[in-house]
Design a binder for this molecule. Structure first.
Ligand code: CP
Ligand code: NVA
Length: 301
C-alpha cells in the first residue's frame, strides 16, 4: 500500500481536508474511541523549539494508540551531519510515521522521498500546514463553514501566511495580506493560488481588515530570524492588531494567532485576551486536527 505525506496543504484535496476537519470535530466532541494507530510509533524530529506541536502530537498519538518518540536534532546524528536520506531509510525500519520541524522545506521533501512511511511537516521556514489545519478548524467552529469568509493576514509574509494562501486556493475563500515592503509571502505560492481564488497583497492593514471575518497574525521574527528582530520591529511598526484596527473588521470577526505571541508587537494584550480572540481554542485545536491527520495518514496501516 502506498504511503501519503503531509508536507503542505496541497497534499490534501478540498474534500479530504473538509473530511479531516469533520473528523477532528468528532474527535473533539468525545464521540470517537477508535485507536487507529494501535501499536504504532511516531517519531518527532525537532530542529527548532516547540510547545504546541510537540505536545499535541505526543498526546494525540497516545490517544490514538501509538507511542511517540521525541528526537531533538541536538541529540540524533542528523544534527551532526548524517544525511537526511540515510535518516529517512533507517527510521523507516523502526517507526511508522515521522513528524519533522526544521528549516528548509527541501529537507522535509527529501525525508519524504527516501522514507517509506508517512512524513508530516511540523513547520519549516516556508510552511506550517499542521497549524493551518487547527486554524481552519477554529474558523469552521466559529462560523460553521469556510465558505464566503474573508480572511485578513497582518504582518510577516512568513510560513503561516504561505500556508493560509494555500488554504485560500484550496477552499476558494478571499484572503487579504497586509505586509510591509520586503516581507511579502512566497511569490510562487502567491502566484499559483492567485489563479484559484481572490488574493490581495497590500501595505495597508486597514484595507486588509475591512469587513474581514478572520483577522490573523504571527510574530515578526520567526525562529531562525532572531538576529533580524530589531530591524523587523522597525519594518513592522504599524502592523499591530489593536482595537482600532479591529474596529474595521466584520462585527462577528474572530482573531487568530498561532502562538507564541509577542504582546505589544504584532498584537496587543487587549486583543489577545479580548472577546474576539480565539487563540486558546486555536491552540487546543492543534490536538484534534493533528489526531485527525494522523488517523488519515497512519490509521490502520
Ligand atoms: N504554533 C506552534 O506551532 O507552536 P509551537 O512552536 O509551540 O509548536
Ligand atoms: N512563524 C513562526 C511560527 C511559530 C509557531 C515561526 O516560524 O517561528
Amino acid at each position: 500500500m502506498g504511503k501519503r505525506d503531509f508536507l503542505s496543504a496541497n497534499d490534501l484535496t478540498r474534500t479530504e481536508c473538509q473530511a479531516l476537519l469533520d473528523t477532528a470535530i468528532r474527535m473533539k466532541s468525545g464521540d470517537y474511541s477508535d485507536r487507529p494507530l494501535a501499536g504504532q510509533t511516531l517519531a518527532l524530529i525537532f530542529a527548532k523549539s516547540s510547545t504546541r506541536t510537540r505536545v499535541s502530537f505526543e498526546v494525540g498519538a497516545r490517544q490514538l494508540g501509538a507511542s511517540a518518540l521525541f528526537l531533538s536534532t541536538n541529540d540524533i546524528q542528523l544534527g551532526r551531519g548524517e544525511p537526511i536520506r540515510d535518516t529517512a531509510r533507517v527510521l523507516s525500519r523502526y517507526v511508522d510515521g515521522i513528524m519533522i520541524r526544521t528549516f528548509a522545506q527541501q529537507d522535509v521533501e527529501e525525508l519524504a522521498q527516501y522514507a517509506d512511511i508517512p512524513i508530516i511537516n511540523g513547520l519549516t521556514d516556508l510552511l506550517h500546514p499542521c497549524q493551518l489545519l487547527a486554524d481552519l478548524l477554529t474558523v469552521q467552529e466559529a462560523f460553521g463553514t469556510l465558505d464566503g469568509r474573508v480572511v485578513a493576514w497582518i504582518g510577516d509574509g512568513n510560513n503561516m501566511a504561505n500556508s493560509w494562501i494555500e488554504a485560500a486556493g484550496l477552499f476558494g475563500f478571499e484572503l487579504r495580506l497586509a505586509c510591509p515592503e520586503g516581507y511579502q509571502p512566497n511569490r510562487a505560492i502567491y502566484e499559483a493560488n492567485a489563479r484559484r481564488t481572490r488574493l490581495l497583497i497590500t501595505k495597508d492593514p486597514g484595507e486588509a481588515v475591512a469587513g474581514a471575518h478572520v483577522v490573523n497574525t504571527d510574530v515578526w521574527a520567526s525562529m531562525g530570524q532572531e538576529s533580524e528582530a530589531e530591524a523587523r520591529r522597525q519594518a513592522f511598526a504599524g502592523y499591530c492588531i489593536d482595537d482600532a484596527l479591529l474596529a474595521g473588521a466584520a462585527s462577528d470577526a474572530i482573531v487568530l494567532h498561532c502562538l507564541p505571541a509577542h504582546r505589544g508587537e504584532e498584537i496587543t494584550e487587549a486583543v489577545l485576551e479580548g472577546p474576539r480572540s480565539r487563540v486558546w481554542d486555536e491552540a487546543e485545536n492543534r490536538l484534534h486536527a493533528q489526531k485527525a491527520l494522523m488517523a488519515m495518514l497512519m490509521g490502520n496501516r
